[in-house]
Structures are given as C-alpha cells and as structure tokens.
Write a protein that binds this ligand. Structure first.
Ligand code: NAD
Length: 754
C-alpha cells in the first residue's frame, strides 16, 4: 500500500455498563464499544477538504505514533488526517460516548496503516492500544484507559487494573442507551468525586465498595451458564440498584450532581417494566444504560420515556461494535458545493465517489426503474408507465450522520429548497430525530346489540394474552426477527360498536399486509368470546404509535438574506407558525409544504405515499382542529423547529425491494432500517417547511419559486439543451413567467441563432 494514499481508519465510541468510579480504584468494570465511530482520513483535495487543525488529542496521538514508528524504523509520511466525530453529536450537543479515546485510537491506527501495518493484526492492535493509551493519558491523566481499550478492541469488555478482556454477551439481555438530556464533564465530575474522599474516607470507600460489589454481581450474572434471562435480569437489576444507591452517596459527599432528575426519572420509569437502569459513565447527565429481557420491554420503556418525559432512547446506537478497523471510504459528507450546477453524469460520479455505489447502478435509473412487463405485474389494465424525476438533496445531517436524500417529485424548487434549509439547520448541528418503535395498529370492529358495549369491551380486554399469542402465531417469522404483537387496546365507540386494537411491531416493513393478517387472525377469538360480529378487520392508517419526532435549531444568523436580518426572519417565521396553529386554512398549506419533502422521499424509496398522507393529515387533526405538523419558535438566538409525523414506511415489502430506482434510493441512504428511513423522511419534511416559511415570510414565494419554475416553462415551450437556461433567464429578467412568454422567447432565440 502506498503511503501517499492512506486509508481511512475508524474506532468506535464506548459506553460503560457497570463499575464506573470503582474502576479507578482497581475494581472490574464492564463496557461496550458502540457503533458511533471516529474516523481519521486523509483530507481529499478533490472534495475541497483542507488539512484540519490538530486538537490536543490529535496532536498527542500523532506525536506518540510518530515516536513509535520512527523508533521501529518505519516511515511517518502520511498527510495529517482530518478526524470526523460528527456522529458523537446530536444537534449542537455532544453525547458522552468517549470521543477523545476514539479519536486518539483512530489517529494512531491511521498512521500505523499508512506505514503499511495491518490494523487487523492482533500484534499491531496491541501496539495501537499501548500508543493510544499513552497519548490519551497525556491529555486526560485521570482516565482509567478503559475507553481507549473499547475503541481499539471493540465488542464487550471486562476491564480491570489496566487489562481488558473480551466478553461474550448472553442471549436474552438487551441493552439500550438513553440520552438523559444534559452534557456532563467527565474529568470535572471524576475530580470532584475522587476529591470527596478526603472529606469522609470511610463513607467514600463504602460507596466505592458497593459499586465494586455491583460490578462483580453483574459479571457473575453475565457469565452464569444456565441462569436464564429472568434471573440474569434480576441480578442486573439488583446490581443497578446497588450502583445507583452508591452514586447517590457519592453525590452527597462530593456535591457533584451525579443522579440528575432526568437520570432518576429513567430509573423510575424502568421499574415495573422488566428493565434495569443506571447512569452510564461519570453520570451527572449525558447517558443512562438500560438492560431489558427483550427488545419489546426496551421499546415499552422507550415509548414511556419519550411520550411521558421527552427523553429518548438512542435507537440508532448498537452495542458490541467492532474496534479499530480500516474503512473503504472516508466519512460521507452531504455538503457538496456546486452540486446544483453539475450535470447528471458528474452528479452520479460524485455520488459514486462519496458512497461507493457502483456507477452502473445509476445507469439503472435511466429506464425509470421498471419496464413494461414488470409494470403489468404490479397493477391491472396496464397501458404504459409514467416517470418522474429523481433528485438528491444535499446538506442533510441527522443525529450526527450525513445523508444524500433521494427525492422523487415533479415540482421545481422542492429539492433545492430542502437542500438549502438543510444547510441552515446544519449550522446549528443538524437535525435531531427520535422515533417510536415500528408499532402499527390492527383494528377489529365488533358490532352487536344484545349486550352492554362496556361489558363486551371488558371481555375483549380479558383476552389480551390470547390475542397477542394469536397475532404472533400469524407471523412467526416476524417474531423471530424481533417484532410481533405488543399490546391490546379496546375502545367503546357507541352502544353497538366496540373496536379492538392490536399493536404489532412490524420491524422493517411498512406493515399493512402484515397487520391485515393479524386483524383477520384475532377476529374469530373475539367473535367467540364476545358473541358480537366482527365486521371490519384492517390496519389503521392513523399510525400514531409510530411517530417520528424531529427537531432543528437554526442560528438566526443563518437565516439572514439581502435586506433581512436573521432576527427579523426568525421572528416572521415564528409568526407564520402561529398563524398556522390558529387557522386550518393556513395549516393546510403549511402542511402541504411539509409533505412536499415527505412525499418525495416516500415515493423515491418505493413507499406508499397515500398511507403517509392519510396518516399525516389525520394526525394533524388529533385534537379536533386541523393544525400544523411542524411549529417554530425563537429561543434566544436560535429558531427552533419541532415536528411530529406518523412514519409508516418500510425498507422491505411493497415496491421497496423490487423497483430498481427505489433500491438505488435506499442504497444512497446507506440501506437504512425502516425507523431510520422514517427519521430521514421527517427531517426532509421539516426542512421543506423551513424553506417555504423563510421564503414566504420574507420576499414571498414567487421570487425563488418562479425562477426555478421558469426552467419548467422553458422546457414545456420546447427548449432543449442550453436553450432551457437561456429562455429561463430571459423569463426571469423580463419578470413575466408565463408559458406564452416562454414560447415567444424561444422563437426569438432560435430566430437570432438562425
Ligand atoms: P409485505 O406484504 O410485502 O410484507 C412484508 C414482508 O417482508 C413480510 O412477508 C415479512 O415477512 C418480510 N420481511 C422480511 N424482512 C423483514 C424485516 N426485517 N422486518 C419485517 N418484515 C420483513 O409488505 P407490508 O409492509 O406488510 O405491506 C406494505 C404494502 O401494503 C404496501 O405496498 C402498501 O401499499 C400495501 N397496502 C396498504 C394498505 C393501507 O395502507 N391501508 C392496505 C393494504 C395494502
């Protein structure tokens, strides 16, 4: 491998599972590598990237690895790396996942790889661990070194007295991380907690011993060969309770706010749900780690926390991530200057370079994604096809990750507007999006008049376990994928109508057909037990148990434009949002602007846009008045957007895996889960809304919209090639953007040429 072309190298973040603070006194601790990665890579001049300024941790890692390489007669010639840590951020806030250790390890790995050493070789990984640990300790002398071990080795580790040993994770213990909402400074907390020992050494040591005991108990539970999931969870729950009690003592001794109200809320919410919870890391905010007996229990906690307390399970973060590794590509950046001005071939080329999708895949888009014979198998009475343009919106960053967003839409300016708004949101750190688990609703209507409807409802409620079992039996493969029936809810509609909802986790499917099967499968049980007739058995498109919530914080300075201060624009957007909140006539148009973005992504990815439309508008009306799906307010020097949207979309089933354009679109998004796709769709909706409101609240929609619309008119008038832009520019300059004017301008242009 040539030194002039170093490969990117990445390392995962870490989360402590058990044993924090006591680990600094030699006790064992358990920690997991999580798949939020820091990547060191050579800046790409062709992407307009310049050499990054080294932070203290990058400088220390560089210095230590240089000394190692030159001391071992190896070259040290690679260009100074850029280090991408965007995934460690949520909006403008950094999550407490140990970015400095991952950065140190990634930089060390980058130079080792550039010197021709394989970072997969256990011996070289050992070198990387030693060098990165020394570099990290130089910058953060109080660290245990456990986070560097997780960054290099990955997986799940037991860490004791400087030694890390890989652990197997047992079946039936599911782990999640919850964002407890506030940043915390680990070095500062550690300093205060360790310093408090001087105040009351005996009490301090007792608390540390309790954490040590909790950690050992947890370790025994993980290792127990035949304990079974419930006794393992019980032991984990006791360990968490012990750990939390010790943290409260350390908090009282040190005055450091370790168990914040949000962390206590998470611990309380977990009670009664077969879930154990404790802070992860130094506490004081940041993260909680939760342990459950199943994904279903974890999801129930997530729903309770998000809906009840606004606290989010980090659904996109998985534990047990691989450690130091070489990457085929540098981190994806969707911030591409001049994408708008490129030709189609250059755009495809750029996407190939950035995503690694082979260029031939883009050729598949030429034919529109399906041929006539495929179309004839999709619907009835086929006579042809209808192709719409597929574009890509740039600048999107969601939960610290960049996306090229595929959008299929016929209306000019929608893609440009979404890209433009995403750029403004990016200046505030990007979108933050959290999603409910993918629960859909199967409805069964019970009709009768020979019994009290309330009594019938009670009988149906009593059938909960049987209905859940029948629903699961209808989809055994869904259950084996981690989905399945989750709950039963019963409502009396009137004295002759009762409706039973069965909530089903559909995993990566949109779920309409899955749900319809469930509705039909449970109906006979309900008929038999209640004596009432089941009439309708079908999903509800008001998928309000599958909501994605997306927020954005835009610095007001990013909103400024010619003749408008950012603060003015922000105030006017907030006023426009209030207008929509008060008036359904405005709310309808406000939401149409949101659906410009939402539908375009739904369509591009082969999803059912009628289902999304039905769900969105029914949800917009949930309190009886039709309201805006997204609202905006000014908070300090930021404009803050907040949107909730039912996102019943899939990445399997329907057209998603058969339509070639939809497959390319999903590949562009990095083959997301259904939930991740929902987050992208919601963010695109919020971006479209911001763009529309900014235009409306300032110059009016016509100026920007019409200059783009002019191209459509020029094309419609028969302009080809360069003529399209020439006619469009003329239309804008004469200020008359009308079809007949486009035709006359085209005639003039051709007359001049001839
Ligand atoms: P589908 O019928 O294709 O079922 C999804 C399939 O994917 C299942 O067979 C499932 O076993 C399989 N699968 C593979 N991997 C999976 C994973 N990881 N997670 C979940 N399932 C996995 O699709 P669907 O999602 O049940 O239904 C969607 C279709 O139904 C859409 O085409 C929609 O237009 C249509 N539809 C909609 C409505 C409505 O919205 N009212 C009504 C009827 C049908």
């Amino acid at each position: 491998m040539s030194n002039s072309f170093p490969r990117p190298v990445s390392c995962p973040a870490k989360a402590f599972l058990m044993g924090e603070y006591a680990v600094l006194r030699g006790a064992p601790a358990w920690l997991a590598a999580v798949d939020v990665r820091a990547t060191a890579y050579a800046p790409r001049a062709s992407f307009g990237e310049c050499e990054a300024v080294a932070t203290p941790i990058v400088a220390a890692a560089t210095d230590h690895v240089r000394r190692y390489l030159t001391g071992h007669a190896r070259t040290f010639e690679a260009p100074a790396p850029s280090v991408d840590t965007a995934r460690f951020h949520h909006g403008g806030r950094k999550l407490g996942l140990g970015s400095s250790a991952a950065v140190a390890a990634a930089v060390v790995g980058y130079y080792l790889r550039a010197a021709g050493l394989s970072v997969d070789d256990p011996e070289i990984r050992g070198v990387a661990l030693r060098v990165a640990t020394a570099a990290h300790r130089e910058v953060q002398p109080r660290g245990s070194g456990a986070d560097v071990a997780a960054a290099v080795l990955g997986g799940i580790l037991r860490f004791e007295a400087g030694d890390a040993v890989a652990q197997d994770w047992p079946e039936g213990l599911v782990v999640g991380l919850v964002d407890s909402g506030a940043p915390a400074s680990t070095p500062e907390l550690v300093k205060r907690v360790l310093g408090a020992r001087e105040r009351d050494p005996a009490e301090h040591d007792r608390a540390i011993s309790r954490i040590r005991a909790a950690s050992e108990r947890f370790g025994s539970a993980l290792a127990a060969p035949d304990g079974g999931p419930s006794s393992r969870l019980d032991a984990t729950r006791h360990a968490c309770a012990e750990h939390n009690a010790a943290l409260r003592t350390l908090s009282a001794l040190s005055g450091a706010p370790l168990m914040t109200p949000a962390l206590e809320t998470i611990v309380r919410a977990a009670e009664g749900l077969s879930v154990a919870a404790k802070p992860s890391g130094a506490a004081g905010g940041d993260l909680a780690v939760v342990f459950a007996d199943s994904q279903a229990s974890l999801d129930r906690l997530a729903v309770r926390l998000l809906r009840g307390h606004g606290l989010a399970l980090l659904g996109h973060v998985q534990i047990g991530a691989p450690g130091l590794r070489e990457e085929a590509l540098a981190p994806l950046s969707s911030r591409v200057r001049g994408f708008f001005a490129m030709g189609v071939a250059s755009r495809r080329q750029r996407l190939t370079e950035a995503t690694g999708i082979p260029s031939e895949r883009f050729d598949e888009l030429d034919a529109g994604g399906i041929d006539l014979s495929e179309a004839a198998h999709m619907i009835e009475n086929v006579i042809g096809g209808l192709t719409l343009p597929l574009g890509v919106a740039t600048n999107f960053r969601i939960n610290g990750r960049d996306y090229f967003v595929p959008m299929c839409v016929e209306e000019s300016s929608v893609v440009a507007a979404a890209s433009n708004a995403a750029k403004m949101v990016r200046e505030g750190g990007g979108f933050v999006a959290h999603a409910d688990p993918p629960w859909m609703i199967a409805q069964v209507q019970l009709v009768g008049d020979d019994r009290d409807a309330g009594e019938v409802a009670n009988v149906a409620r009593g059938l909960r376990s049987e209905l859940l079992a029948r629903a699961d039996a209808a989809h055994p493969r869904l259950v084996s994928r981690g989905g399945g029936a989750r709950d039963v809810e019963v409502r009396v509609l009137d004295e002759r109508n009762v409706v039973v909802h069965v909530l089903v986790d559909c995993r990566d499917a949109m779920g309409a057909n899955l749900i319809n099967t469930v509705a039909e499968a449970v109906a006979p049980t309900l008929e038999r037990a209640t004596g009432w007739r089941c009439v309708l058995r079908i999903l509800s498109n008001l998928s309000d148990r599958r909501i994605t919530r997306v927020t954005a914080r835009v610095p007001v300075t990013a909103l400024a434009g010619p003749g408008w201060s950012g603060a003015d624009v922000a105030e006017r957007i907030a006023a426009a949002s209030h207008f929509a909140d008060c008036d359904p006539y405005r709310a309808a148009t406000h939401n149409k602007g949101i659906m410009n973005g939402v539908d375009a992504v739904v369509l591009a990815t082969g999803n059912d846009w009628r289902a999304i439309e039905a769900g969105a508008h029914a949800f917009a009306c949930r309190d009886g008045q039709y309201r805006p799906l997204a609202t905006w307010s000014v908070q300090g020097d930021e404009l803050c957007g907040d949107m909730q949207l039912p996102t019943a979309v899939g990445v399997v089933g329907g057209l998603t895996t058969t339509h070639r354009s939809a497959k390319v679109a999903l590949d562009l998004l990095g083959r997301p889960s259904a939930t991740e796709l929902g987050r992208v769709i919601a963010a695109t909706g919020l971006a479209s809304n911001l763009a529309a409101l900014r235009a409306l609240a300032t110059d009016g929609i016509q100026r920007g919209h019409m200059s783009l619309h002019a191209r459509t008119l020029a094309f419609g008038a028969g302009a080809i090639g360069e003529e399209v832009d020439q006619v469009a520019e003329k239309l804008v300059s004469v200020g008359e953007i009308k079809p007949e004017r486009a035709e006359s301008l085209l005639r003039e242009l051709r007359g001049q040429k001839s």
